[in-house]
Design a protein around this ligand. Structure first.
Ligand code: SAH
Length: 286
């Protein structure tokens, strides 16, 4: 069944009395080339176990099942369960979990459903939970890669380099845990219903070891501090997070000890700059 054929899709959804839900971020792909290209980009093979989030009617799921050892899909909308039971019936390596990914114990799911296969994530993510889902997925450290279709603006933020407008705390989080690459753009008109913005596929290769030597919690606290006041200097911005332990002059001294310009802004600092800053702050806090 070509689930991306608009007539097939409309008939299927009509037969099941399905109504689109905006709050569940439902935008289904209607160009078969896109799920095929996403499944290709995630690098699934028979040794891979895929976690998919939000299978919808299963257009990407089918492409994944054709490549991977096993596919486990978590779908929030109960109305899609009978639809998926129909569309995914031919695939023995598929398992549907009816539930909310935000309330799912990812560690337990990987242990129970995916291991010993190589766990990866591949999904057309519901746009309203993109950042919290990606945060939970990278922090779990259970996946070798995460390939997701997201709003283009989010893809740009994930892959952004220091000093660019898209660069922020979320870029540093994703780049600390993964090496992200934007693979291709996806225009809005290949979705039903069409969203207001374009999308892009980002392939994040999860790092085995962190790229910098830091105290993780303190590092992310420093990043948070560095971006707290985007328009202000780093010293001013850091006061938000470290104002109780340091005076502004002390923070300025830390910044210059790291070799940064006195008026530098947080958005200029690379991941290794933030690591150096965090380590220096920690040392002087003692
Ligand atoms: N993969 C399909 C559908 C993408 S739309 C396609 O590409 O066509 C996003 C899907 O995520 C919808 O099926 C929606 O019901 C589901 N979803 C939304 N929030 C969810 C959550 N918290 N947990 C799991 N699935 C969710």
């Amino acid at each position: 069944m070509d689930l991306c054929d608009i007539n097939v899709l409309r008939a299927l959804l009509g037969r099941h009395g399905f109504r689109f839900s905006k709050s569940m971020g439902q935008n289904f792909l209607i160009d078969a080339n896109v799920p095929r290209a996403i499944a290709e980009a995630c690098g699934a093979d028979e040794n891979t176990g895929v976690l998919e989030i939000g299978p919808g009617v299963g257009c990407l799921t089918q492409e994944l099942c054709a490549r991977a050892g096993r596919v486990v899909s978590v779908e929030l909308d109960r109305a899609l369960v009978p639809v998926l039971n129909e569309t995914m019936a031919p695939f023995e390596n598929f398992k549907l979990i009816s539930g909310d990914i935000m309330k799912t114990d990812i560690d337990a799911l990987v242990d129970a459903e995916i291991a010993p296969l190589r766990p990866i994530v591949c999904a057309n993510l519901p746009y309203n939970i993109t950042s919290p889902v990606l945060t939970a997925l990278v922090k779990s450290r259970r996946f070798s890669s995460i390939t997701v279709l997201v709003q283009r603006e989010v893809a740009l933020r994930i892959a952004a380099r220091a000093g660019t407008a898209d660069y922020g705390a979320f870029s540093l989080l994703m780049q600390y845990y993964t090496d992200p690459q934007i693979v291709f753009d996806v225009p809005r008109d290949v979705f039903l219903p069409a969203p207001k913005v374009d999308s892009a596929v980002v392939h994040c290769i999860c790092r085995k070891d962190p790229p910098v030597d830091v105290d993780e919690q303190h590092f992310f606290r420093t990043v948070r501090g560095g971006f707290a006041l985007r328009r202000k200097t780093l010293a001013n911005s850091l006061m938000n997070e470290f104002g109780s332990a340091f005076s502004k002059d002390e923070l300025a001294a830390v910044i210059s000890a790291c070799g940064f310009d006195a008026n530098i802004r947080g958005e200029r600092l690379t991941i290794s700059d933030y690591a150096a800053l965090s380590n220096m702050l920690r040392e002087r806090e003692k």
